[in-house]
Structure formats: C-alpha cells, structure tokens
Design a protein around this ligand. Structure first.
Ligand code: NI
Length: 498
C-alpha cells in the first residue's frame, strides 16, 4: 500500500465521500492542544489602522458582525486532512495582544479537544466536522476584539456558537464578553436584551435564566458605540430555539457598562489606529529584495525525468514566508493550495508566494467538507477563493484540492481538476520534523504528489531536509501543472500515474 491512496469510506446519503489518507483507522489521537505553533506573541503593537473586510460566507449564523484585518496579524491554523477526524480551526495572533491571543487559542484548542474526545458516530451520527474560526471584530487604540465561531456541521446545516473576547494591545489583560457589563446589572441587561428581541420578533420574551453569563458570550460593539448581543440557538429555552439577537444604542447600553466595558467602547469607537498612543515605530516589512523566481513554468519532461511535486495546503500562514525563502534558495518550485479566508487576511504573503514563481491553487474558502454541501455552497466555496486569489496575484486559479480529500458529484462538476496526493506525510498530525521528512522521502516515487501543510512550523523546518534527500535520490521538483500537463476539469489526480 506504499504510496497508493486507500479508499476507505463509502457513502453518506447520496453523497460520495471518499477518504484518501494512508490508513483509515479511527479518529486520530491528537488534539491541537499541544500548545504548538504560537509565534510572534512578543511583538509590540505599532499603530496600524484596522480595515473592514468583506465576508459573504453562506455559513454565518445570526446577525452580521463586521470583521477586520489588522496589519501584522498572523493566523494560527490547526486542521486535519483525515476524513475520519475532520476539523479546521483558525484564530488570529494580533500584534501585541498576547493575553488575548493566548486566551482565544486556548479556548479554540479546548473546544477541539473536547470534540475529539466524543464518539463521533454516537454524538453526531458520523461525518461531523468541527469548524472554529476566530475573526477580529474590532481593533482601535489599545483594544482588540476577537469573535470565535464554533460549529459542528452535519449535512449542510450546523449550529454556530459565538464567543467574543477582548484584550489590550500591551498584552496585559483579556476579558470575555460578560466582563463588559457591570456584574450587578447583568440580569437587568439580559432582560433588556430578551425584551428588545421579543419586541422585534413579536414572540413573548423567555424567562431569564439564573446563570446570565451564559447569555453574554457574544457581546460586540457597534459602529455607533452601542452593543450587539447574540444568544446562540438553544441557549435559552433548549435546542431548536432560534438565535436571539438585540442591538442597543449607546444611550441604552451605557448605564450597564462596567469600567472595562466603558474603556472598550471608548477605544473601539475612537477610530484611532490600533496600538495608537504607543510609541510609533515603523512596522517591519519583510525584505523587499526580489529573490530570483523559481523556474516553475519551464518545460520539464517528466516522462524522462524522475519528477516529484511538493504541495502545501491550508496556508498562507505565519511560516509561509520562511518556506518561500527556503524553496527559492534551493530553486525548488511547489504548488500552494490556499484557503481563501487566510489569503484575504494575508494578501501580501500570497503575492510573495506567487512572485517567487510558485503555483497558487484553491483549497476552498474556509476548509469545510465539500461533500456535505449543496451545489450552491460548493460553488461559493470554490469561486470566492479563486476570485480572491486572482485578485491578489493577477493570475487565474484552476486547480482544486478539496479539504479532507472529500468530494461529491457537485465538486466534480465545479469545473476544476481535483488534485489529491499519493504521499501523505501526516505532518498535520505528527508535527515532527524527523517523521515528516522520513514519510516524504521514503514514500516518494517518480510522479508522486507529496502532501504537506505550511501552517505548521515543523513542516516548514522539514522542507530543506526533504529537498536535499530527494535530490540525492535523483528527483526533479516540479509544480502540479508541470507534473500533470493537460488536466481535465472534474478529473481526479493522485499522481502522474493515477
Ligand atoms: Ni487542508
């Protein structure tokens, strides 16, 4: 079974779901709780303007909460490529906001770990996936806010849970949403929320539960200095009860604010740059000296040469620039299957990958299982990503790698060649340089496609060794278009030969 993908999952309803990892044993025994991968937490915040970003995801639950990018922010990613243990977790590392970054990361990792402890089949009827996304929902003066949406989709629909956290640009404090409301007035505040929502919907307000903090996990500040409160489905009145949302004006909200709440609202409505009032120093920008582009477009005859294609999924991430340096200095071209949402957050990195001569390809907008979606959702996931990548690089994107290697008929009809792999390093699982290197080098054969993930520091560290050892074995590195030549839309490719 060396190298050849094993087909081991079968059908779910009418959708064909296939798994292509090496070995399809039970859920992987790892939780992203290793504390792995936090970087750049020591950087201080230089004043930068947060910019509002577009988010038209069809998977949003509840009212629209605008999200922002903050220059200098990187995103940590934990995602699986295992069809039996599906998850995609992502959260921002905002410059200087070390306490906030750590709390949000710990929260996301705990959620993931508790999901992985459960018996998926019994708990969710199988084919569930954990999806956690942290977005910046405010950053100005000395305050930043991150809203974490966690969902376990089953089929096309899922229940979303929201938790918003606040922290300062100096890294000295972090607060969950309920801290914004004065402790002695939280019951009254919750009553106002429920009444406001009831007045809007015409339904009677539900009784106020005793633990009101559970209703205050998602309090965000509106542009006008008011508060927006979302109470997730099932939190009041049991499962199936809809999302409750209420927006209140600055005047209505003001009497309920704690001291922390007052300073948060003041900062986020100040329109000051994030990190402002701190000593202004220029944001260090990555070296602008253009490296020699890697020869990724030249003709290589893989019928004669022993070709191999390195592919990197789930980025761009905090380690992608380092990887590009290593690939460029080794003159090795590669193919990057990027997540649209991360590309949107890091257009500068995407641009550098493209300018270094690498091929940029589509890994969907937010790493969900395409096989569980209807065709409208599938097309949105693919098209919004290609559009964003093309907007950044100026180049067309025509290769698709579905997350988890999972696809149904809708994906095949989406109009792109489907690029899978025959060498699975399981780098996302082992997070070990020696193991990742060994798996890549020992399984590669002429025409192989090697699966790696540039969101893990251990993977990026393993690349120079992988390149050196494969070169020693006589391999020539190529991109996917160089390896496969003319491809068919809807065709499924594991390697040059399969
Ligand atoms: Ni992936």
């Amino acid at each position: 079974m060396l190298g050849r993908p094993t087909l081991c999952a079968a059908t779910s309803l009418t959708l064909v779901v296939a798994a292509f990892s090496v070995g399809c044993a039970g859920p992987a025994d790892q939780g992203g709780s290793s504390g792995q991968g936090s970087t750049d937490t020591s950087r201080t915040a230089s004043p930068v303007m947060a910019q509002r970003i577009e988010d038209n995801s069809p998977f949003k639950v509840g009212p629209d909460v605008p999200s922002f990018t903050v220059p200098g922010t990187t995103y940590e990613t934990l995602s699986s490529e295992d069809n039996k243990d599906r998850y995609a977790v992502r959260w921002p590392m905002i410059p200087g906001a070390t306490a906030l970054n750590k709390s949000v990361g710990d929260f996301a990792k705990e959620k993931l770990a508790s999901y992985q402890k459960k018996d998926q089949q019994q708990e969710y009827g199988g084919f569930a996936q954990m999806h956690i996304n942290g977005e910046i929902v405010g950053a100005a003066a000395q305050v930043a806010a991150v809203r974490v949406t966690s969902s376990i989709p089953r089929g096309a629909k899922g229940v979303g849970l929201h938790n918003t956290f606040y922290g300062d640009a100096g890294g000295s404090w972090v607060s969950p949403s309920h801290d914004l409301i004065d402790q002695g007035r939280r019951s009254e505040f919750v009553k106002t929320v429920l009444d406001t929502s009831a007045a809007k919907s015409g339904n009677p307000a539900p009784p106020i539960p005793s633990s009101v903090d559970l209703l205050l996990t998602d309090v965000t500040v509106t542009d006008n200095g008011g508060l927006r409160v979302v109470v997730d489905e099932g939190v009041v009145g049991g499962v199936g009860e809809p999302v409750i949302s209420a927006e209140m004006s600055a005047e209505t909200a003001a009497p309920f604010l704690s001291e922390r709440g007052k300073s948060v609202v003041q900062a986020l409505t100040s329109k000051a740059p994030y990190g402002g009032q701190a000593t202004a120093t220029a944001t260090p920008s990555p070296s602008s000296t253009a490296p020699r582009p890697t020869p990724s477009t030249q003709n290589v005859d893989c019928a004669v040469k022993k070709c191999v294609a390195l592919t990197f999924d789930d980025g761009p991430g905090p380690y992608t620039d380092k990887l590009i340096q290593d690939l460029t200095s080794a003159q090795v071209p590669a193919t990057f299957f990027m997540v649209g949402r991360s590309a949107q957050a890091h257009p500068d990195v995407v641009k550098r990958v493209s300018e270094a001569g690498m091929v940029i390809a589509n890994h969907t907008w937010d790493h969900r299982d395409l096989a569980q979606m209807d065709s409208g959702q599938v097309n949105w996931e693919i098209n919004s990503t290609s559009k964003k990548l093309t907007e950044i690089t100026g180049k067309p994107v025509n290769l698709l790698r579905p997350p988890y290697g999972s696809y149904g008929p809708e994906v095949k009809q989406a109009g792109a060649p489907i690029i899978l792999w025959d060498v699975d390093t399981e780098d996302w699982k082992n997070r070990n340089v020696a193991v990742t290197t060994k798996r890549a080098v020992s399984q590669a054969k002429a025409g192989s496609i090697i699966l790696l993930h540039d969101v893990h520091p251990t993977t990026v560290q393993s690349v120079p060794g992988i390149i050196a050892q494969l070169k020693e074995k006589g391999f020539t590195f190529v991109t996917i278009p160089q390896l496969l030549g003319q491809m068919k839309n809807g065709g499924v490719y594991f390697s040059k030969n399969e």
